[in-house]
Design a protein around this ligand. Structure first.
Ligand code: KIV
Length: 273
């Protein structure tokens, strides 16, 4: 099954996303961290590829997103960029590369843009990081915000449960979303918050709102590629839809290969020189 866009897009830019919101066409976004999978995702006509700091979990096996470094994010982003012809590529500023001060945030963003060739950066937080957001944007780097469940603050929250359920936190999220738009962000991600709140923020903002676990009434959706393809079987939140079961398919392929090697069936006479 494939989707034919109402107006074919040669190259997705931040302005394309704004246009998609205006004409009510949903924005599709997935993560990718390497050349081979980014190429498939881009060839499938995804709108946005996020080189997420979830690479820390998915690619490196860490428990949280905190350990991944700026150098490692640049390595992943460069690999993705080499594969992509159409999608907008957004790269996460990793934990510790922007929270200190706005100058550090700008220098980290410049390194990502210069060394990987990415098109935009994403960072977590609202009011606390607003000076950094303004400084990065003033240097010409597009910024995507990220509110709600912000995994870089996991040790502050204590759990990965739904955020902004209480009024005080929901009110702060609404204020932060407005601040990010006013500071010049081109879009924001809302992660794991009540669908009604995400709907309200989406109606309030002119910029696109991309949801993950934020319900249907947002401008677009993002998922972690390895989760939705079923490469990672352990992560099963309610918002996740699995499109394939690649863990079992890859395992079965590898088992088949091992059996063929052991049985001296591979290689056969046509598979040698
Ligand atoms: O790092 C990531 O994959 C993300 C998405 C969950 C939005 O930030």
């Amino acid at each position: 099954m494939s989707f034919t866009p109402s107006k074919p897009i040669k190259r997705v830019t931040v302005h394309t996303l704004e246009e998609l919101k205006q004409r009510g066409e949903k924005i599709s976004m997935l993560t990718a961290y390497d050349y081979s999978l980014a190429k498939i995702v881009d060839d499938a006509n995804i709108d946005v590829i996020l080189v997420g700091d979830s690479a820390s979990n998915v690619m490196a096996g860490h428990e949280t997103t905190l350990p991944i470094t700026l150098d490692q994010m640049i390595y992943h982003a460069s690999s993705v960029i080499r594969a992509v012809k159409r999608a907008l590529v957004v790269v996460d500023l990793p934990f510790g590369s922007y929270q200190g001060n706005s100058k550090e945030a700008l220098l980290s963003s410049i390194r990502i843009m210069k060394e990987s060739g990415a098109h935009a950066i994403k960072l977590e937080g609202g009011e606390e990081v607003i000076e950094s957001v303004k400084r990065i944007i003033s240097a010409g780097v597009p910024v995507m915000g990220h509110l709600g469940l912000t995994p870089q603050s996991i040790y502050k929250f204590g759990t990965y449960s739904v955020r902004a359920v209480e009024k005080e936190e929901a009110d702060k999220l609404i204020r932060d979303a407005q601040l990010l738009q006013d500071a010049g962000c081109f879009a924001i991600v809302l992660e794991k918050i009540p669908a009604e709140l995400a709907h309200q923020v989406t109606d309030m903002l002119k910029i696109p709102v991309i949801g993950i676990g934020a319900g249907a009434n947002v401008d677009g959706q993002v998922l972690v590629l390895h989760d939705m393809l079923g490469i990672n079987k352990d992560f099963t939140p309610r918002f996740m839809r699995r499109y394939l079961n690649l863990y079992d398919q890859i395992k079965s392929g590898v088992e088949h290969y091992i059996a063929d090697v052991k049985a001296k069936d591979f290689p056969n006479s046509n598979e040698q020189y």
